[in-house]
Design a protein around this ligand. Structure first.
Ligand code: NCD
Ligand code: ZN
Length: 349
């Protein structure tokens, strides 16, 4: 990347999104083109209803995603399986052969479509052993689900109660703590051995929990793990912009129909795929660290996953633009984060 101050353009190696929800059916036609316009590859979350739990289902789902990529765009979905209490260990070899790259652990009840998730991590040990042997990554939604634990403490408690014992029992299993939101998680990942990495979303770099309550309750800022205090946001910005190979881009873009977010029990998930790299550029720019964006967005993820970097580039320009109020989303509407609100960076090529 070339640097002259003040920067008006930046060109970086085409980035990847290491944590993405695209849903299925009609929804794919809205959201897949947004991601494919920016990213070379994305790790596709398996929390469909019912979840993606077999190699054959993952292959079929990848085909439906590819069919939604606009002509002329090169985009590769990287598929994952959903860990349940009884995902058979021998499915791991089939998944590996089918090109599946990771398995996702949702503690049962932790988030959207996690009912089929793990109730007791020990039940999954034979499968985790097969993954460690096969070199298949484990992606973790790192929150405990106990109603006794304060919602804002669930990530820090997960590290102590679940992640530390798990890493002791599987020292050579590569684990990604997905969408970290706290200084405790950033510190734990930074200090751990090279088998642990973490993704960070754009919205957790840009916002603290005040965003959910500014001028009234704002459901489009509600996601899980929930936005935290400012001190945590600052720790995440320091981790993302610090040049540390353990931290990489994962949007956790999670589309929901607007009427289910603007609801008495609104769904968790922020939609950011329409402007993801622009939002990361904004956060890195605010930290005076645009020169660190390329490594975070385009180098650290492939290195952790053992994959090559993308070959092309993208260019962002310092130019104000305003995302639309909503996108058609099947029969419903999808309200993106920053809808109707100007963004300072624009993807131009
Ligand atoms: C995600 C979703 O909607 O699928 N929601 C979210 O708030 N992030 C699930 C998840 O990643 O927790
Ligand atoms: Zn997610």
């Amino acid at each position: 990347m070339s640097t002259t101050a003040p920067l008006h353009h930046i060109t970086i190696t085409r980035p990847d999104d290491w944590h993405l929800h695209v849903r299925d059916g009609e929804a794919l036609r809205t959201v897949v083109p947004h991601t494919a316009a920016q990213f070379g590859r994305a790790i596709i979350m398996p929390n469909l209803k019912p979840p993606v739990t077999t190699a054959a289902q993952a292959v079929a789902y990848a085909g439906r995603i590819r069919a939604a990529v606009p002509a002329g765009m090169a985009f590769e979905p990287l598929m994952t399986l959903y860990l349940t209490d009884n995902l058979p260990a021998d499915e791991i070899a089939r998944a590996k052969d089918a090109g599946v790259v990771a398995v996702k652990l949702y503690p049962a009840g932790a988030t959207t479509n996690s009912d089929a998730g793990v109730t007791d991590i020990r039940k999954t040990y034979p499968t985790l052993e097969a993954m460690q042997r096969a070199g298949m990554l484990l992606l973790v939604h790192g929150e405990v689900t106990s109603p006794d634990i304060d919602l804002f403490d669930r990530e820090a408690v997960f590290i102590e109660q679940q992640l530390q014992p798990l890493r002791r029992d599987f020292p050579e299993l590569k684990i990604v703590m997905e969408h970290i939101t706290t200084k405790e998680a950033a510190q734990y990942v930074a200090e751990s051995d090279p088998f642990l990495g973490a993704t960070i979303t754009a919205h957790h770099l840009l916002y603290n929990r005040n965003a959910i309550f500014t001028g009234g309750i704002r459901p489009h800022y509600y996601c899980l793990p929930v936005l935290k205090r400012e001190v945590h946001r600052q720790a995440l910005v320091a981790a993302a912009t610090g040049g540390h190979a353990k931290f990489f881009l994962g949007t956790d873009s999670a589309p929901h129909p607007a009427h289910l977010k603007e609801h008495a029990t609104g769904c968790a998930g922020c939609y950011t795929a329409h402007a993801a790299i622009e939002m990361y550029a904004e956060a890195f720019d605010a930290a005076g660290a645009l020169d660190k964006l390329e490594a975070f967005a385009s180098f650290h993820g492939p290195a952790f996953y053992g994959l090559p970097r993308n070959s092309g580039t993208i260019t962002l320009k310092r130019e104000s633009w305003t995302p639309p109020e909503s996108f058609a989303f099947g029969e419903a509407q999808l309200k993106p984060l920053r809808s109707g609100e100007a963004l300072p960076w624009k993807l131009v090529a």
